[in-house]
Design a protein around this ligand. Structure first.
Ligand SMILES: [Zn+2]
Length: 103
């Protein structure tokens, strides 16, 4: 009623967007091309933002939220007082994640 074009319900749109995010995530993980991988991560982040979708932890933690570079074997990961620190080797952004050992 508001925009006149309501072919899909909001729920349906979100479902499609989520599927697209998972596709992009798979593409990003499969490629060895970091530039391409970054592009996929950027695209899925934008979709999530636009559609108000919260990315799953596994996806969120797989790349830098600042430059979208996938964390890889070159990224520095440190364990510091219950926090996991991941340093992006591309832009140097530090991400801190609360870390609780599982038993
Ligand atoms: Zn970065």
């Amino acid at each position: 009623m508001k925009h006149g074009r309501a072919d899909f319900s909001k729920h349906e749109l979100k479902r499609i967007a989520h599927q697209r995010i998972l596709e992009l995530r798979t593409l990003s993980a499969l490629t060895d091309d970091r530039k391409l991988s970054r592009r996929y991560n950027e695209m899925l982040s934008l979709i999530a933002l636009r559609m108000d979708i919260t990315l799953e932890q596994g996806i969120k933690r797989s790349f830098c939220k600042k430059c979208f570079t996938p964390y890889g074997k070159d990224s520095r990961i440190r364990l510091k007082r219950g926090m996991l620190e991941i340093v992006c080797d591309f832009c140097g952004d530090v991400r801190r994640i609360p870390y609780k050992p599982n038993r």
